[in-house]
Design a protein around this ligand. Sequence first.
Ligand code: NAP
Length: 298
Amino acid sequence: MSQRAVVTAGTGGIGLETAKELAARGLDVTVVGRSAERGARAVERIAEVATGAPPRFMAADLASLDEVRALAARLAADGPLKVLVNNVGAMFAERERTVDGIEASFAVNHLSPYLLTELLLDRLGAAAPSRIVNVSSGAVKVAKRTFDNVEPPGGYYGFHWYGRAKLANLAYTVDLAERLRGTGITVFAADPGGAATDMTDGTMTSPKIVSPGLRLLWPLVRRAFERSTAGPASVAARPSVFAATDASLDGRTGLLIGPRALPVPVPRSATAPGVVDDVLRHSRRLAPLAGGAVVPSR
Ligand SMILES: NC(=O)c1ccc[n+]([C@@H]2O[C@H](COP(=O)([O-])OP(=O)(O)OC[C@H]3O[C@@H](n4cnc5c(N)ncnc54)[C@H](OP(=O)(O)O)[C@@H]3O)[C@@H](O)[C@H]2O)c1
């Protein structure tokens, strides 16, 4: 029976700690990242604790939809997949576009995991009971829930746009769980809380990342960021590991696992009428499963 697990952005930060724990529990782990050097170092560290097959690294820039498709093809060729942890995520201090011309927060935090998941459903089904874990964030709580367009109206505030992309992914996660009910593939979101990682190092130091209202309270907001992202990545990995492996979740699906590694209520914004329909519409148009032209909307 397949014991294969994939952790995206698994060569550093919370992803590496997640990969180490899964490998220690006997899963055959493949980690994905951009840098081959970081990948080689990660594989060495995971191998120190692995109790199953030797860990592997696959290179892909998950900000590129073509690279996501190529990665999915390589992973699918390896056969059934027991666990997929979509851990990739990023916050951009300045507005950026990906190589596909798509706003980067939405592309990296939602479209990339959406596309990889959809392309691997067949392989996950072949290993059922199997699990998908999408890494979320507390930032969904300050996110605009309008998804008429890919980019929300108003100015660019990195933290809020990041939260909105994570909200899109959470709405997709809950919907996917329902779609897959009864197939043996279960779907969870995991909120790591916060940790000191490359993502938080330096990106949360400018008041420009929050909306003008919150900028007035910047000293307080900054202290809150510092406090919540001071902990170790190994602790922030616990919700993902729990979601991917804990026996108490057998037969359950569509749950959000909170920072204390226990189920917590899904924010109502993720199930608000219209949100999932809009998110799916953008996802299917921008990241068609068969590839093809992407026409970003501004
Ligand atoms: N840290 C926090 O406080 C916090 C709080 C809430 C939620 N989260 C979420 O937790 C997850 C992990 O966060 P983290 O803080 O560990 O992030 P991180 O420190 O930025 O993660 C580093 C890992 O991501 C890989 N990576 C970055 N961009 C990539 C890309 N475009 N394609 C492929 N791999 C990429 C890096 O490898 P390469 O550089 O080699 O590509 C490395 O393996 C994210 O989804 C994040 O949104 C984090």
